[in-house]
Design a protein around this ligand. Structure first.
Ligand code: ADP
Length: 408
């Protein structure tokens, strides 16, 4: 698609959820690392009796207010007012584009895409694959279009980075016709984060992304692993939906699919209840009643047996995926930990790689437990594989991709 390139250097990044909108305004020609965050904000409890808006400008006091915001349009309008009050209005010529995080882009959206009615119809067509997320993303895009029709709206898809996964890794061994008819295959999620972290890890090693094989472990409340060969994703742990793969805060990750038949036939649960059980009442939460790794670690340190088992199940799964992805990649240069748990929980990092010295993977405990926050290496110098902690920044990655597409 050809578009006039925009003169401005600001990108507004919107992450619209079902009842919340997160936003960041970035200046891509800023002084710090080439970009500057001008403002960040969050609107939550959209549609509930009292929504909350928290707005934090880079230069100024954080502002918080409660308001009646019945829908995304009201929420985004309120956010736009806050930005305007800081002299950062969305009608400013400095605004080059609005970048939208879109969860499901199916097989065809492999790159950031300038949104028009055709693209919106395509995102709509993918709603059955992401019934909670894509409708909220569409609402965010439509609202931003209504607020400023002149500025390009660009969709950045969570699935895009995974569209390079080869067919033999993306296909399930299901009846081929059924799978095709219902678009059942591995799509993967958290792609923006995996892309960013894989690239930053290569930079940390002082090498080109194309020369490095990385296993990225994105461990937040949702969690996924990916195998990235020379900058291209070749395997990831989430599948048709974000339920597959690692043990997460509240999701089971991999289970025998026959558990679903058993829950239906023997336990008498309705499909909706099984969905809720596996997505919201499983994982760490299901095993020990807490989904927050900080709580699990605290309880485990106090000798709590349930928390210990939950931790062990979580780690065992993680270790299996690291081993599997070593096999998939053949040669591994780095293992990178990211997101809330990966960036902060040293005990998770050391337990996940314990016993993997034979694969060349180990951590240096003083480096692992050092109180640092930036991208860093935590493996001993002699280790064959670098182990890294690389804080993710999905908003920066979205803004970077958007600016590369529309910026001047
Ligand atoms: P998401 O974007 O998936 O909601 P995040 O990447 O922000 O999640 O990660 C949130 C999770 O990170 C929390 O649920 C918590 O389990 C974990 N976490 C955050 N800080 C720490 C910490 N200091 N130690 C251990 N776990 C942490």
């Amino acid at each position: 698609m050809t578009r006039t390139r925009r003169a401005g250097s600001r990108v507004l990044v919107l992450n619209s959820g079902s009842s919340s909108v997160k936003y960041q305004l970035l200046d891509m020609n800023g002084t710090v690392h080439g970009t500057a965050r001008l403002a960040t904000g969050l609107v939550e409890r959209i549609g509930e009796r009292s929504a909350r808006l928290v707005h934090t400008p880079a230069h100024g006091e954080r502002r918080e207010r409660e308001a009646d915001l019945p829908d995304h349009r009201a929420a985004l309008t309120a956010a736009a007012e806050e930005l305007a009050a800081d002299g950062l209005g969305l009608d400013a010529p400095e605004l080059a584009a609005v970048g939208h995080r879109v969860v499901h882009g199916g097989r065809w959206f492999t790159e950031p895409t300038v949104v028009d009615e055709g693209v919106l119809a395509e995102i709509e067509r993918l709603v059955p694959l992401a019934p909670l997320h894509n409708p909220a993303n569409i609402a965010g895009i439509r609202t931003a279009m209504a607020l400023n029709g002149d500025v390009p709206q660009v969709a950045v898809f969570d699935t895009a980075f995974h569209t390079t996964i080869p067919e033999h890794a993306a296909r399930y061994a299901l009846d081929a016709k059924t799978a095709e008819e219902h678009r059942i295959r591995k799509y993967g999620f958290h792609g923006t984060s995996h892309a960013y972290v894989a690239r930053r890890t290569a930079a940390l090693l002082g090498r080109e992304p194309s020369a490095v094989n990385v296993i990225v472990l994105h461990l937040g409340n949702g969690a996924s692993a990916s195998a990235v060969a020379g900058g291209r994703c070749v395997e990831t742990s989430m599948g048709l939906t974000p339920l597959e793969g690692l043990v997460m805060g509240t999701r089971s990750g991999d289970i025998d699919p026959a558990v679903v038949f058993h829950l239906s036939r023997v336990a008498g649960l309705a499909m909706e209840d099984i969905d809720v059980l596996l997505n919201q009442r499983s994982g760490l939460m299901g095993l020990c009643g807490d989904n927050d790794m900080r709580e699990v670690l605290r309880r485990r340190a106090e000798g709590d047996e349930e928390a210990r088992l939950a931790f062990d199940v979580y780690i065992h799964r993680l270790k299996k995926y690291i081993g599997a992805y070593c096999a998939v990649l053949g040669r591994v240069d780095a293992v990178a930990f990211t997101a809330g748990v990966g960036e902060n929980a040293a005990p998770v990092r050391s337990a996940a790689v314990a016993g993997l010295e034979g694969l060349g993977i180990e951590v240096d405990e003083p480096a692992n437990t050092a109180r640092e926050s930036g991208p860093r290496l935590i493996s001993p110098e002699y280790a064959r594989v670098a182990v890294a902690v690389v804080p993710t920044d999905e908003e920066l990655e979205i803004a970077t991709q958007v600016f590369a597409l529309v910026g001047s």
